[in-house]
Design a binder for this molecule. Structure first.
Ligand SMILES: [Zn+2]
Ligand SMILES: [Zn+2]
Length: 297
């Protein structure tokens, strides 16, 4: 089994914008920086707004929700394109398609198509997450008018005020900035703790193969549970997680037999694969950069 060691993007999301002025106008896009992108759509930055969002009668826009956790920028762009063209995308079988080219205005259809894509063959094993910033969008998700069941591997993060007065504020500049910042802080903390654990000599044994690990040679994974942080060779852990799995062909952006999630053999808590591997790649990059210290005999 081999893994593509290309470092995944720090953050890349596909988003659904809504016009505050015309609440039934939506726009699907993708970006590594939702705060900056929203400012572009609203004309607060000189360059980069999409043509359709430039109409003054539609401005300002807010972000209602984002899909994130893509293992690569390409997979995010593929998802964006498929959502935008849900009436004809190959990722949704013809018999399951909802809506036509002209029914793009219904947000119920947009969210039904989003759910179909999250469960699609090419995307369902990526461990994608959905963050919702406006309560009425969450209500539409729950009402589920088109009765689409969504893969249980999709994590939902709700980030809005219950107070109806504040509804339209959801997905504004400050919130988008804080959202990405808090995800990055979690990743930084995970990385720092992983480094600390590696400095403690007694923890340098892989929990699966029980061999001593070498951080300069091996790609290492740590259980994300704060009370555990058990250490693994990423490959050993992947094999452990997928040993009961039947191989199936996947999208070319995800190698075959990539786990979605699996238990830590030490604490039994569920770990999501991509956040774990993202940390592993960062560690690998870190140790490759500093290099093995020269030891005099
Ligand atoms: Zn091992
Ligand atoms: Zn654990």
């Amino acid at each position: 089994m081999s893994y593509n060691l290309q470092y995944p993007p720090r953050f890349y999301c596909v988003y659904l914008l809504r016009s505050i002025a015309r609440k039934n106008s939506f726009y699907i896009g993708s970006t590594p920086d939702p705060h900056r992108r929203l400012r572009q759509h609203n004309g607060d930055l000189a360059f980069g707004g999409a043509d359709r969002t430039k109409k003054n009668k539609l401005r300002p826009w807010q972000m209602t929700m984002v899909v994130y956790g893509f293992p690569s920028k390409i997979s995010a762009l593929q998802f964006e394109y498929a959502w935008h063209h849900a009436y004809r995308t190959r990722h949704i079988p013809v018999k399951n398609r909802i809506g036509t080219r002209n029914s793009g205005n219904s947000v119920h259809i947009k969210i039904a198509n989003l759910k179909l894509l999250l469960s699609a063959h090419a995307f369902r094993r990526m461990g994608l997450r959905v963050a919702i910033f406006q309560k009425d969008i969450y209500d539409i998700w729950v009402v589920n008018r088109y009765n689409v069941s969504v893969s249980e591997s999709v994590l939902l993060k709700l980030d809005f005020e219950e107070n109806q007065q504040k509804l339209i504020q959801g997905g504004n500049y400050e919130q988008m900035k804080a959202f990405v910042k808090s995800l990055e802080k979690d990743e930084d903390d995970y990385f720092e703790i992983s480094l600390e654990k590696l400095e403690q000599n007694n923890t340098r044994i892989c929990c699966v193969c029980t061999r001593v690990v070498d951080q300069f040679e091996d790609v290492l994974g740590f259980c994300a549970s704060k009370s555990c942080h058990a250490l693994y060779h990423v490959q050993c852990w992947a094999e452990e997680m997928t040993k009961d799995l039947i191989s199936e062909p996947l999208s070319h952006t995800v190698p075959p037999l990539t786990p979605v999630k699996g238990k830590c053999v030490k604490c039994q808590k569920v770990n999501w694969w991509w956040p774990t591997v993202k940390n592993s790649m960062r560690l690998h990059q870190h140790f490759t950069e500093i290099g093995r210290p020269f030891i005099k005999n």
